[in-house]
Design a protein around this ligand. Structure first.
Ligand code: TXA
Ligand code: MG
Length: 341
């Protein structure tokens, strides 16, 4: 067991200590605007392999490399196509990860053996300050135990990885709350491999047509991570479809028939329409149906909280799929096991 340190992101001396750990090849979790990442020196093979061990992550699932300055791309990729340049100019720093052809010096253990590498410049002052102090590309997947919701608070990282990593930089709650969009530039048409913090609508306004990978059965999964069961709380999750009235009817029927402990993960509109709820039901409000960014930012913490309540079933509702809603519904459906093999 390691003694996991807890650092404060606003303290320079804490950041310096965290940076020294990274330079020594140790693992450090840090906040980004999407979720907390578990960082290691991307060029230190042993450190990167330790990420997989700490998370319990399958070794064919590649990591995202984080940078603070576009000049660092030279160390990572062979060339940057014009559309990728455009995407970086508009969306970096921000929740967009670019998949590009990798340079020879990038260890294949961080790319899961692929000939491409995923790169992102996070939009978080603490992440950028830490990356600058280290001045090396940092490989960082989400800092959760593999299969758990990504961490949006330092205490989530502590819960999953305490004793396994050198330390955690606390930067408070992350703002976006869902992971970055992974956009592949290794084909003619940029292709979304994972929906995330930048929507397909936003991308198309800047880049023109983008494709969305469905990852079909016959082809090799394009974002290897998407094939694994993700974000699964201990209790089964049931997504109630339809307007507020329909959702309320389904939840009421569930409450009436359930002998089990029930959890609700719902909007404030649904809560209001439900009226009286038995006191033993555990309720987590995600926000307003009209503010999908708010709902997205609360989703993972809500799933984790419900997990701690030792309930038998979680009822939630379908949200709109516009803008961030597409990524939100993707994560909710994964939590519910929809589309998992
Ligand atoms: O917002 C985020 O992206 C967070 C923060 C910490 O930056 N990171 C994150 O990393 O979500 P992770 O490892 O949990 O998810 C990375 C995803 C996986 O689905 C992985 O398969 C995909 O990106 N990926 C990484 N490298 C790839 C590559 N070369 N080609 C295709 N997919 C790749
Ligand atoms: Mg992850």
């Amino acid at each position: 067991m390691l003694e996991t340190k807890l650092w404060r992101g606003e303290r320079q001396e804490d950041l310096e200590e965290a940076a020294e750990c990274l330079l020594r090849g140790e693992l450090v979790a840090f906040p980004t605007e999407t979720v907390y990442g578990l960082g290691a020196d991307a060029f230190n093979k042993e450190a990167s392999l330790n990420i997989y061990l700490a998370k319990g992550r399958p070794s064919d699932n590649p990591l995202i490399v984080h940078i603070y300055d576009r000049a660092q791309l030279k160390q990572l990729v062979v060339d940057v196509p014009p559309l990728a340049e455009k995407a970086m100019a508009v969306f970096w720093p921000g929740p967009l990860t670019l998949v590009l052809k990798k340079g020879d010096s990038v260890p294949s253990c961080i790319t899961g053996g692929l000939s491409s590498v995923a790169v992102r410049m996070p939009n978080h002052p603490v992440a950028l300050a830490l990356l600058k102090l280290v001045n090396k590309p940092i490989a960082a997947p989400s800092a959760n135990q593999s299969g758990k919701p990504s961490p949006t608070l330092a205490c989530h990282v502590w819960h999953d990885l305490q004793g396994k990593i050198a330390g955690i930089v606390d930067g408070g709650p992350t703002t976006v709350g869902l992971e970055s969009t992974v956009l592949d530039f290794t084909n003619q048409v940029p292709t979304i491999l994972r929906p995330g913090g930048i929507s397909s609508e936003q991308l198309e306004r800047v880049l023109g047509k983008v494709a969305i990978s469905t990852g079909g059965d016959s082809e090799a999964p394009r974002a290897p991570g998407m094939k694994y069961t993700h974000y699964a709380p201990d209790a089964p999750v049931q997504i109630c479809q339809g307007n507020t009235e329909a959702v309320v009817a389904k939840i009421r029927a569930g409450l009436a028939s359930a002998s089990e402990a029930v959890g609700l993960l719902i909007s404030k509109e649904t809560l209001q329409a439900l009226g009286d709820i038995p006191p033993k039901v555990k309720v987590q409000i995600l926000g307003s149906q009209n503010d999908l960014a708010e709902v997205a930012s609360n989703l993972f913490a809500g799933l984790r909280w419900l997990d701690e309540q030792k309930i038998d079933i979680i009822y939630t509702e379908a949200f709109g799929r516009e803008d961030i809603g597409s990524a939100l519904m993707n994560r909710l459906e994964k939590a519910a096991g929809v589309g998992n093999q």
